[in-house]
Ligand binder design. Structure first.
Ligand code: ATP
Length: 309
């Protein structure tokens, strides 16, 4: 028997005055998965997360999270979820242990459970050596680990992470993802927002957002396979001029320079894109052209307006 979805959203929109920040959001997120919201700044990721946690009320639509109706039953849901933002929301004047204790008490943990959980979290997130250090003055990576330890102190079933890796270096991001997979392995469902392609590629499923709407969703691999464009890489000396000419063609979704190569996304309506390019640009007859494997970034530019910049 399959378990009920962790999150169901139907036709959810959020308006701030005349501005619509989230439009007709539909979600069905299974338990035990890492689900990603991928999108540029202002695409509605944070607003969507706030709606799903019950912090914001939708202007229209229906939300169910872990079987609770949101925002009506948000109070009951609160103890079952964790929420971490890119600002980490820690108390600078408190030490590592004091932060964990304070947040644990907010979640209503009894003193014995709290003491056990603090000890476990200090070990899991490698915070033991700095347990008496105040947050002020800690590195970005340490703050991130503490923030994740605090957000999971009450062992939530569902964890919301709003751009949790924006303020840390690539090594810390890698370690952070290992911790997320450990949590997922123990049954925690995770919803994470990001604007990094490599992070989105790690998710079991993701939604690509732009201007408050989901433009595409599914497993990263499926999204890459089902993309409505072919990818051609061109090795040619005068790439800047070629790029401008290519972008003027309706069939070309995007053209981005990667070092000495131009990566071009061409509509699948063009059956043989290499031949098609060589016919339109005879100077390419002697250039090196090859079909490349699609990346998530290609999917992103093909479903959003990003590619024609
Ligand atoms: N309380 C608010 N009042 C008015 N507009 C808002 C409010 N909250 C968000 N917005 C607007 O809604 C849009 C979506 O913002 P949101 O923060 O959800 O995007 P995001 O994808 O999370 O981007 P970021 O990465 O910058 O946080 C933005 O244009 C933002 O200015």
């Amino acid at each position: 028997m399959t378990s009920a979805p962790a999150i169901i959203a139907k036709g959810v929109s959020k308006r701030f005055g005349k501005f619509t920040a989230v439009k007709q959001l539909h979600l069905n997120i299974p338990q035990g998965q890492i689900y990603g919201f991928l999108g540029p700044n202002g695409s509605g990721k944070s607003t969507s997360i706030r709606l799903l946690t019950g912090l914001l009320a939708p202007s229209e639509g229906n939300i169910q999270v872990l079987g609770y109706q949101v925002p009506e039953q948000a109070e009951a849901l609160k103890t079952q979820i964790g929420y971490m933002t890119q600002k980490f929301s820690l108390y600078d004047d408190l030490t590592v242990i004091e932060n964990l204790a304070f947040i644990g008490r907010i979640y209503g943990l009894d003193p014995v459970t709290l003491a056990t959980r603090i000890e476990q979290q200090l070990l899991t997130y490698d915070l033991k050596p700095i347990e008496h250090q105040r947050v002020e003055g800690m590195s970005g990576g340490q703050k991130q680990r503490l923030s994740l330890a605090a957000a999971t102190i009450h062992s939530p079933k569902l964890l919301f992470l709003d751009e949790p890796t924006s303020a840390v270096d690539p090594e810390n991001r890698r370690d952070f993802w290992e911790q997320l997979f450990d949590l997922c392995d123990k049954g925690t469902t995770i919803l994470i927002s990001t604007h990094y392609m490599d992070e989105a590629e790690r998710c079991h499923q993701l939604a690509i957002m732009e201007a408050g709407e989901i433009r595409a969703h599914g497993e990263p691999e499926q999204l890459m396979l089902q993309m409505g464009v072919n990818v051609v890489e061109i090795l040619y000396p005068d790439l800047r001029r070629l790029k401008a000419q290519l972008l003027a063609l309706e069939e070309v979704h995007s053209a981005a320079q990667l070092g000495v190569r131009l990566r071009v996304l061409i509509s699948k309506h063009v059956s043989d894109p290499i031949d098609w390019l060589k016919c339109r640009f005879p100077e390419l007859l002697t250039a090196e052209l090859e079909i490349a494997r699609p990346s998530l970034e290609d999917v992103f530019v093909s479903v959003t307006g990003e590619g024609r910049a």
